[in-house]
Write a protein that binds this ligand. Sequence first.
Ligand SMILES: [Zn+2]
Length: 278
Amino acid sequence: MAARGLGSRAPFSTSCPGRVARSCPGGVARRGRSCDGAAVASAALGVVEGPDLDPDGERVALGVGAFALLGLPVPADFGAPGSRRQILVDAGDGVVAYTVAAADSDSGEIIRMGRAAMDRLLLQAPPPSPVDVTTDVLGRCELLETTVLRSCATVAVIAPHGGSIEDETDEQADLVASDPVVRADSWICRAPAGGAFRRWHITSDDLSEASFPGLRALLGVRHEFAVSFHGFGAIGDLDVIVGGLVDDDVKCRVRDELQGRLTAVLQRPAKLPSSSST
Ligand SMILES: [Zn+2]
């Protein structure tokens, strides 16, 4: 079904069937309000070194004063779904996305990060001057989200790491979501080339609907099934990994189906794990 671009109008304001919202369709974000209409805030924060909160350096802590400056609530439980918000940090060498995963014991207007997190900013040590921080993760129009909602969709198809973050996952998700056999809604994020994985990869479990209005819209629709497309580097000589929380027997059936079809496409035996995995 053809979907209609909403341009600068309020996303998701129309009824079904078929609507598309793209963040920042060529527009420029305004301070204090993102191109999606969501309230956003920016602030200059001092960087303080601390322990890494995750091995990949995606998570940081904010001082209570920084939460206030950015207009972010301090979650009572950072483990609650959607509570870990995303921010962009600019230390002068391009913005980098982070997840706010803790409130720091320092009550000041600071952002605390470990060496792995600083590595993502190409920093060896905390810079002497404050860095620019914003809650408007889509406002610079580098990271784009595209949400397609159809009437009566039963499947949610997502690719949170499309574009150059995890190559071709956005195209794979698009292919599935646009297949007329599958009545699917989709949410796809794309980032441009240029250190994309380093700058934009946020672990899926951390992505907050409070930071991504398109994700919020998708989550507002009840779906029976969901499939998420991801990429991976060399893991043995595997072609595809089937993971997720669905029952093992379902994953095994998906694996077997993929194995048969991929073998025909690849013209060699497709390599999938012998047992389902994540
Ligand atoms: Zn991924």
